[in-house]
Design a protein around this ligand. Structure first.
Ligand code: FNR
Length: 342
């Protein structure tokens, strides 16, 4: 018998793919080209440091999968691809894997396949510190993603209706001895929320903004009456969220995700201050339509593409890229003004 939890995991995968589409949110940000580069492609170093974490490559496979036989297979394939390409990888929420031992292998497979890889555990901020520690131990994880997903829960027919994220976040950050990354799931973060998180002791955030996978759309589709379409534009985009995070970037480590579909979006996110960038829907779409070898080749093309962009900006390191000046479209300048961000 497949449990309701496992069924939901499979539905999320199917619906994320059903609603997958290209986006142009990153067009609102432009680089200033440098036609006289002083660096060559083979001199470019795309490794990045994000707080206590070292990434070989600044983009990674974001949290999606686990909790059912189908999503075990997806995690196995993603882990093999991560191992082959040196990418870090997050698993989807381990909540079900902690309460139902029959599906815990859909998560542990990731560590089995990739014993020395950079792997992130994932759990909701509705869990307590004990669960958080178990999630990390289950994978011998290098970091824990703690997701905050109030909008998703409220649209989800069977979702939570009461929230005490703050208390849990505070105790989990104190109790867990790997970096704890507080992560949205595609609705973005404002500076007010980031400030609150900072005050709780959080040092790592993933703004995960609007622009890619949309859990308001996905969960609304799962509602019998499908009436909550009015929430489909809810949230701040990834670009807006990264701008919101600007005042905190000196003191906190910021990750981006949400609508990253090309090396250009990776480069722009890094230039907007992210230390590393998560990719979920795009990789899922690739995995569903292509064999592993083709996905690996696509990832290698992304690495080449990112290096090519860096040469065209005369940047040798990710730290150089993070210092690039950007041109913002008028709507983003207006956004900055309204939000009083420098
Ligand atoms: C997700 N995401 C997610 N996030 C999380 O923290 N825990 C989870 O269990 C899941 N589950 C999940 C399932 C599927 C099928 C998808 C596509 C995504 C959210 C994900 O990590 C990311 O924050 C958003 O999807 C935005 O990134 P993309 O998809 O636009 O690249």
């Amino acid at each position: 018998m497949i449990s309701n939890h496992s069924h939901r995991k499979d539905e999320h995968v199917s619906l994320a793919e059903k609603f997958y589409q290209p986006n142009s949110f990153f067009d609102a940000v432009r680089f200033i080209p440098n036609g006289l580069p002083k660096t060559s492609l083979n001199q470019i170093d795309i490794s990045t440091t994000a707080g206590r974490l070292q990434f070989e490559t600044p983009f990674y496979i974001e949290a999606m999968s686990g909790g059912s036989p189908r999503t075990k297979d997806i995690n196995r394939r993603l882990a093999e691809i991560a191992k082959e390409t040196g990418l870090a990888m997050a698993v989807g929420s381990q909540s079900v894997g902690l309460s139902d031992p029959s599906v815990s292998d859909s998560f542990t497979i990731v560590r089995e396949v990739n014993p020395s890889g950079l792997i992130f555990a994932n759990i909701g901020a509705n869990h307590n510190a004990d669960d958080a520690k178990r999630a990390v131990d289950q994978l011998k994880a290098n970091a824990l993603e703690l997701h905050i997903n109030a909008a998703q829960e409220l649209v989800m027919p069977e979702g939570d209706r009461t929230f005490s994220f703050i208390n849990h976040i505070e105790s989990i950050v104190k109790a867990v001895n790997v970096p704890v990354i507080v992560k949205e799931v595609g609705f973005g973060m404002s500076q007010d929320i980031i400030k609150e998180l900072q005050e709780l002791g959080v040092q790592y955030i993933n703004v995960s903004g609007r622009g890619g996978t949309n859990f308001a759309t996905i969960e609304n589709f799962r509602r019998p009456d499908k009436e909550m379409t009015y929430l489909e534009n809810w949230g701040l985009t990834t670009v807006e969220s990264l701008l919101e995070s600007r005042p905190f970037q000196k003191h906190m480590t910021v990750f981006a995700s949400g609508g990253i579909q090309s090396p250009m979006a990776v480069a722009k996110s890094l230039a907007l201050g992210a230390s590393a960038v998560g990719v979920a829907g795009y990789f899922l779409h690739a995995l569903i339509h292509q064999k592993d070898e083709a996905v690996i080749s696509d990832i290698n093309n992304w690495k080449y593409g990112l290096k090519a962009i860096m040469v065209m900006l005369n940047c040798q390191t990710i730290a150089d890229l993070q210092k690039q000046k950007l041109i913002l479209k008028p709507e983003l300048r207006d956004y900055l003004k309204q939000r009083q961000i420098d």
